[in-house]
Design a protein around this ligand. Structure first.
Ligand code: ZN
Ligand code: ZN
Ligand code: FE
Length: 754
C-alpha cells in the first residue's frame, strides 16, 4: 500500500479569538511538527485550515490546536470534516484575502510568557533583557497606533531590528515569527533611571539602584505597560504613608505586586478560580482575602488586598534582586487625573510623589490602567476592564455596526459597534476634569480610526450634565438617549445574549431617572427596547446633592429625619452626637425647605446611610468607601434580616428603626451590618418573586454597582437559583458604570431596528 493512499484531507474551522495572537504561525509550527501539508488562512468567520496527512497525524494535530493554542487566543470551537483528497507540496500560511474584517482584532497586552522568562537566562542577545517578548506575549494594544498590526504601525517603529532579531522575525518556525515588538539588548528599547539630576543607563546599575531605593523606604515611579506606576515597599508603613501623603487626596487601598505565586499565597487566601485569574496572561489585580498583614496603610483597614503578579519582564528581573516580597504598585497620577504615560510628564509631575523615576524609550500609545477583578460564586467578575482585557470585543448576537455608545460619567468606558462585536474602550476614568475628558476624546478618535468605524448613531445617558452626554450631543449624527439603569440591565443582557422580557434589578449608586429624580434601587420589567419601572426604593432627599457621596452622614440624617421627624436629634446615638449642632440644623432646614435636596431612590445611598448611622463610615475618602466598609464588617454567619415594607415603593422605615433599636441595645455592628445586607437581599428576592407571579417571567438580571458587593451578589444569586429563577449577573464587563456603554449600545441597536 502506498503511503499516499493512507493520507486523508481534512478541513478544519477554528472559531473564537484567533486573530492577532500568533495563531497562524502556531498552526504552521504544529503542522510542521506533524509532517502535515496544506494551508492556513484567516477568514471572516475564523481560521480555516486544510491539511493532508495520515488519520493519526491529523487527529493529533487537531488535539494540539486546542491543547497548545497561544495563551491569548480563545477558541470557541474546532470543527473538522473530511473533504475530497487534495495534494499539497508544503504547509503554508495563505495571505488573508479579506483585510476588512481582520482589522477588528487587536489583542490586549499579554504578560511575559514562561518561554521568554527562560530565554532571559539563556539567549545570548537577551540575557536579562527587560523588553523580551514573542508571538505569545508582550505589549499589543498599548503600542498599536493603527492596523494592520505591523511593526511600523506600533511604537516599536523607531527601533531598527538587528540581524539576529530579523532572522527570528522572518523564520516561521521561530517563536518570534512576526512578533511585531521583537527586540533584544542590541536593538530594542532601554530603561533609564532618573534620580534628581542623576541619570543611570546601565540596566544592571538601574536594577541595583531601584532595589536600593525600594529597600530603603523610597518611592519610585516606574513606567509600566499602559502607564506609569508608583512603587514602594508594601511592608514599610512609613514608605506607604509617605506615598499616601504625597498622592494628595488618596484614600483608597493600594494595589500590591507580589514577587511570585508562592509569595502571594503567603499573604492572601486564594480559591482555585482566583488563582487562575491572578495567574492568567491578563494579570489583573485580584481583590483577595488577606492572610498575612502588609503595612497597615496599604489596605486602610480592609481585610482584602488588591493583589497582582509580575507581568513585565522588568517586574520579574526586579523581584529576582529585590529583598522585599511585595511592593505597592499604584497608578502614577495626581489624584483624579489619568495615569501619566509620557516620559517628560513623568519626570515633571511624578517627581512630586516619587524619589526617582524609571523611564524607557518606547512610547506608550494607548493608556491602559491595571484591570481589577474579584470572584463571586466561583466566577471572575470585572471591576475595572483595561490592561489585558481591552480592546477584546464582546461578541453579540445582534448587529451593532456603526453605533457609538458614550458611556456614563464615573469610571467611564465608551463602546463602538462593529458588525456583531461590541468594542469597549479601556477604562477612561471619571469624566469630571479636563484631563480625563481629553483622554476620552482622544481615545474616541483613535478607536474610530483603528477600528475603521463608520458611525451613524450615537447613544448616551439621559443625564444632561454628564460630559459624555454633552460630547455625544455635539456629534453630528443621529442620537438616542437611554436611561442609566436600563443600560445597566441591558449590559448584563448583552453579555448573556438575552433579547426578551426579563426581571431587571439595578442596585446602583446613581442614575438620572425619567422623572428627573436620582434612581438607583430599581426593579424593572424590561427588554432591550423598553422598560417598565415595577417598583423602586422610596425617595429620600439628599441634602447637599452631590456632596452626599463624600459625606454619607448627610444621607444618614436624611433617613432619620424622614422616619422620626425632627425628634431624631434626641436619639442617643454616637453618630448623631458626633455631628455639630449648627451643622445638623442647617441640614434639617435644607430638607424642610427643600434647598438643594434632590430626591433619590439609590441603593448606594441607602448603604451610605446605614454606614453613617452605625458610625462605620460617616465620611467617605473615596468612591463607594461607605458601602465597602459596611460590607467588610458584616458577620457572615447571620442569616436573618430586618423588617421592610413593600407597597408602591420599597420603604426601609422599619429597617432603619430596627437598626436604631439594635444600636441602642448595644448590638455589635458586625451583626447589624449582616442583618442589613440580608434585608436588601430579602427585598430583591421578594420583588423578583412578586414580578414572577404577576408576569410569569423567570429570568432575573442583576446589575449596577451594588452587585460588586460580594456579600450581596454571592447570596442573592444562590437564593434566586434555589427558587428556580434563571439568574444572570455580569462577568466580562463591570456591573458598575464601566459597563454602561455596552448596555447603551445594544439598546440603540434594538431601537434602530424597530
Ligand atoms: Zn514570550
Ligand atoms: Zn535585536
Ligand atoms: Fe450606574
Amino acid at each position: 500500500m502506498s503511503v499516499e493512499k493512507s493520507h486523508i484531507t481534512i478541513r478544519i474551522q477554528v472559531k473564537g479569538l484567533v486573530q492577532g495572537v500568533g495563531f497562524r504561525p502556531f498552526i504552521y509550527r504544529i503542522a510542521h511538527e506533524h509532517n502535515l501539508k496544506g494551508w492556513v488562512e484567516n477568514r471572516n468567520d475564523g481560521v480555516i485550515i486544510n491539511v493532508n496527512g495520515t488519520h493519526d497525524e491529523v487527529e493529533q494535530f487537531i488535539n494540539e490546536i486546542r491543547s497548545k493554542a497561544p495563551v491569548a487566543s480563545n477558541i470557541h470551537s474546532v470543527k473538522s470534516e473530511k473533504i475530497d483528497h487534495e495534494k499539497f507540496q508544503e504547509f503554508k500560511i495563505v495571505k488573508s484575502e479579506n483585510t476588512s474584517e481582520a482589522i477588528t482584532d487587536i489583542s490586549p497586552d499579554i504578560a511575559v510568557c514562561d518561554a521568554c522568562l527562560e530565554d532571559l537566562k539563556k539567549q545570548a542577545h537577551r540575557i536579562d533583557y527587560p523588553f523580551i517578548n514573542c508571538t505569545n506575549c508582550g505589549p499589543r494594544f498599548s503600542i498599536i497606533k493603527d492596523l494592520p498590526y505591523d511593526r511600523d504601525k506600533t511604537t516599536m517603529d523607531p527601533f531598527l531590528m538587528c540581524d539576529t532579531c530579523r532572522k527570528e522575525y522572518e523564520d516561521v518556525l521561530d517563536r518570534r515569527f512576526h512578533a511585531q515588538p521583537v527586540a533584544c539588548s542590541t536593538c530594542g528599547p532601554e530603561y533609564e533611571l532618573k534620580i534628581g539630576d542623576k541619570s543611570i543607563q546601565s540596566f544592571g546599575q538601574i536594577l541595583k539602584e531601584t532595589c536600593n531605593l525600594l529597600e530603603n523606604g523610597k518611592i519610585v515611579a516606574i513606567k509600566g505597560i499602559g502607564g506609569f506606576q508608583i512603587a514602594c515597599d508594601a511592608q514599610n508603613e512609613k514608605a506607604v504613608n509617605n506615598l499616601r501623603n504625597r498622592k494628595i487626596r488618596e484614600g483608597k487601598p493600594f494595589a500590591v505586586m507580589f514577587a511570585n505565586a508562592e509569595t502571594l499565597q503567603e499573604f492572601v487566601y486564594l480559591f482555585p478560580e482566583e488563582k487562575k485569574s491572578v495567574q492568567s496572561w491578563r494579570r489583573p489585580i485580584l481583590i483577595a482575602q488577606e492572610k498575612k498583614k502588609l503595612a497597615p496603610g496599604v489596605s486602610v483597614g480592609f481585610n482584602s488586598i488588591g493583589a497582582m503578579l509580575p507581568y513585565m519582564p522588568f517586574h520579574h528581573l526586579l523581584f529576582e534582586k529585590l529583598n522585599i516580597p511585595a511592593i505597592v504598585l499604584t497608578s502614577g497620577n495626581l489624584s483624579d487625573e489619568p495615569i501619566v504615560i509620557n516620559n517628560d510628564d513623568a519626570v515633571k509631575e511624578l517627581t512630586r510623589i516619587a524619589d526617582a523615576v524609571l523611564i524607557y524609550n518606547r512610547e506608550i500609545y494607548n493608556r491602559t490602567d491595571d484591570s481589577v477583578v474579584f470572584s463571586v460564586n466561583e466566577k471572575e467578575r470585572l471591576i475595572r476592564r483595561s490592561r489585558g482585557y481591552s480592546p477584546e470585543p464582546v461578541n453579540l448576537n445582534q448587529i451593532v455596526n456603526g453605533i457609538f455608545a458614550a458611556g456614563a460619567e464615573l469610571v467611564n468606558c465608551f463602546c463602538i459597534g462593529k458588525g456583531n462585536q461590541a468594542i469597549l474602550s479601556q477604562h477612561i476614568g471619571d469624566l469630571k476634569n479636563l484631563e480625563t475628558l481629553e483622554f476620552y476624546e482622544e481615545s474616541y478618535e483613535r478607536f474610530k480610526k483603528i477600528f475603521r468605524a463608520e458611525l451613524s448613531l450615537v447613544v448616551h445617558d439621559m443625564h444632561p450634565d454628564y460630559l459624555s452626554t454633552r460630547f455625544a450631543k455635539d456629534l453630528n449624527i443621529e442620537k438616542i438617549e437611554v436611561q442609566h439603569h436600563h443600560a445597566h440591565i441591558a449590559s448584563c443582557m448583552a453579555e448573556h445574549d438575552l433579547d426578551e422580557k426579563v426581571i431587571g434589578v439595578s442596585m446602583d449608586g446613581t442614575g438620572y431617572g425619567d422623572d428627573g429624580h436620582i434612581w438607583g434601587g430599581e426593579f424593572f420589567i424590561c427588554d432591550l427596547a423598553d422598560y417598565q419601572r415595577f417598583n423602586h426604593f422610596e425617595y429620600i432627599p439628599l441634602p447637599g446633592g452631590d456632596q452626599v457621596t463624600k459625606e454619607p452622614w448627610r444621607t444618614g440624617i436624611s433617613y432619620l429625619y424622614k422616619f422620626y421627624g425632627k425628634e431624631f436629634i434626641n436619639i442617643d446615638l454616637p453618630f448623631i452626637k458626633a455631628i455639630d449642632r449648627a451643622k445638623l440644623n442647617v441640614i434639617i432646614q435644607a430638607i424642610e425647605k427643600n434647598i438643594n435636596c434632590p430626591l433619590s431612590s439609590s441603593a448606594g445611598r441607602l448603604f451610605d446611610a446605614v454606614a453613617a448611622i452605625t458610625n462605620v463610615c460617616p465620611v467617605s475618602k473615596f468612591h463607594a468607601e461607605a458601602p465597602m466598609r459596611l460590607e467588610s464588617v458584616a458577620n457572615a454567619g447571620i442569616d436573618f434580616g430586618y423588617p421592610f415594607d413593600l407597597g408602591n415603593v420599597v420603604s426601609f422605615e422599619s429597617t432603619i428603626k430596627a437598626i436604631v433599636e439594635d444600636l441602642l441595645d448595644g448590638i455589635d455592628v458586625a451583626e447589624i451590618s449582616a442583618k442589613f445586607h440580608n434585608t436588601v437581599i430579602n427585598v430583591i428576592f421578594a420583588l423578583a418573586s412578586q414580578i414572577r407571579i404577576e408576569t410569569g417571567i423567570n429570568k432575573v438580571v442583576l446589575s449596577g454597582g451594588t452587585f460588586q458587593n460580594k456579600y450581596i451578589l454571592s447570596r442573592i444569586e444562590k437564593i434566586l437559583e434555589k427558587e428556580g429563577f434563571e439568574v444572570y449577573s455580569q462577568l466580562k464587563v463591570p456591573s458598575n458604570d464601566g459597563g454602561i456603554a455596552l448596555g447603551q449600545l445594544v439598546i440603540a441597536a434594538k431601537l434602530r431596528k424597530l
